[in-house]
Design a protein around this ligand. Structure first.
Ligand code: ZN
Length: 56
């Protein structure tokens, strides 16, 4: 299942960030890094959203 949105919003920078722009990092918790990634703002590094990528 793929979410419809490929845009994320950074409150710190007050801008939209395209999925192709985001920095992908491991999640902070104990989630499986092969299935979950945290998307971060390329400008400020702010965490935008934790995304399920297991189906990719
Ligand atoms: Zn930002």
């Amino acid at each position: 299942m793929v979410e419809d949105s490929d845009q994320f919003y950074c409150e710190t920078c007050d801008r939209e960030v395209a999925e192709s722009e985001v920095i992908r990092t491991k999640t902070m918790g104990s989630l499986d890094p092969d299935k979950w990634q945290t998307f971060c703002c390329p400008e400020c590094g702010n965490r935008l959203q934790t995304v399920f990528v297991g189906e990719e």
